[in-house]
Ligand binder design. Sequence first.
Ligand SMILES: *Cc1c(COP(=O)(O)O)cnc(C)c1O
Length: 453
Amino acid sequence: MSTDPAALFGGRFLDQDIPTRKFPDQGMPATDAMRLVALDMALEGDPGRNLATFVTTWMEPEAQRIIAANLHRNFIDHAEYPRTAEIEQRCIRMIADLFNAPGETVGARTQGSSEAIMLGALSLKWKWRERRAAAGASTDRPNLVFGGDVHVVWEKFCRYFDVEPRIVPLQEGRYTIGPDDVAPHLDDHTIGVAAVVGTTFTGHRDDVVGINDLLVRLKRERGLDVPLHVDGASGGFVWPFLYPDTPWDFRLEQVRSINVSGHKFGLVYPGVGWLIFREADDLASDLVFEENYLGKTDSTFTLNFSTGSSMVLAQYYNLVRFGREGYTYIMRGMEDNARALADRLEAIDRFELIGREDEHLPLVAFRLRADEPFDEFDLAWQLSAERGWMVPAYTLPPNAQKITIMRALVKENFSREHVDTLARDIADACATLERKGGAHEEERRQMVQGPGH
Ligand SMILES: *Cc1c(COP(=O)(O)O)cnc(C)c1O
């Protein structure tokens, strides 16, 4: 029997071009297809060195087994998979408890914070319309107030769903917002205020207590009920453990809804977020669809429909596996390593650390202190080229756009040895750049810019 040696001894793509454009006429053996994808991934960035992302890049093997074992389950089929639906509800109740909800509440599993924010903000718009209609007032020209420190999804919501964004600009040296920034923008057409706990830019939080106090006063004195939504995409799973005595959640009266990304500090792989309302009444009932599908009635409040169950199950696994004790231990470990990295960077004597003393996410935000023959973009490029570290450099939003910073996330799989190595690599990269000057314009153009997410 004659056998093709490539099939016997090697991958056929060792010396053949791979299919990239035309819908293939013929298929290939499963091992070839598997090898083809794996070879592509060998050229991909290494998630273990991706310090740009807030998203989880490591989970326990036991969690990975649950994920792999349930990939064939469609989360939306509540009638067919009632246990998965029950587990979703358990997660919602536990996270609502973590956020100090006063009693029974409602919420939703989402694909991430972006979907949770779209849904939460839609509910703000619908509830505002209800209040206005009940008062016989006009329901045109709704607006939403937030700072320039928010994630792009807030502007996206405003454009997609026709709401005027009222964006409070940042200032040099001040990268979060407070009540005095918000107050001038509020009026009868304000559907809500969004505050961030754990910004993408520097990891700090808006003055949620101050903004809440302002809104409570507004309600008492002028009868204007403006709800506060907290974007806790990252901070929602950090503040309860690192800063349990800081109120930012449902302990504050005007906080009506909170989103959090399960796949950030909830420590689950990408594909899960949560929207939690303070009370059932904070969810506009018109947004919930009662559907008769496959013979059973089911209520849904989502933008997407079909999606996998695995990440919901993995979230539940993490909640019961870690509990408050475990999450606190893990968050403190990250924070310790972030502090160690900050110390090492300070010792290099070229960097200014941004807001080290304030409450922040486990990350280090820093910038070059003085004029150097290179800038932060050069350094980001050099680090990536030399050592494969992904540490982004980006400019801050208006009116702080003159400030360029770099930011390294310190996650669960970033050990003390990684801290030491990264700090040494940063010092080396600076020395190299000092010798040769900044990277060429062409190299800089290839840099991925923006803060990551
Ligand atoms: C990451 C992030 C988002 C978007 O969340 P996804 O889960 O990626 O959809 C929104 N807001 C903030 C503050 C974030 O950090």
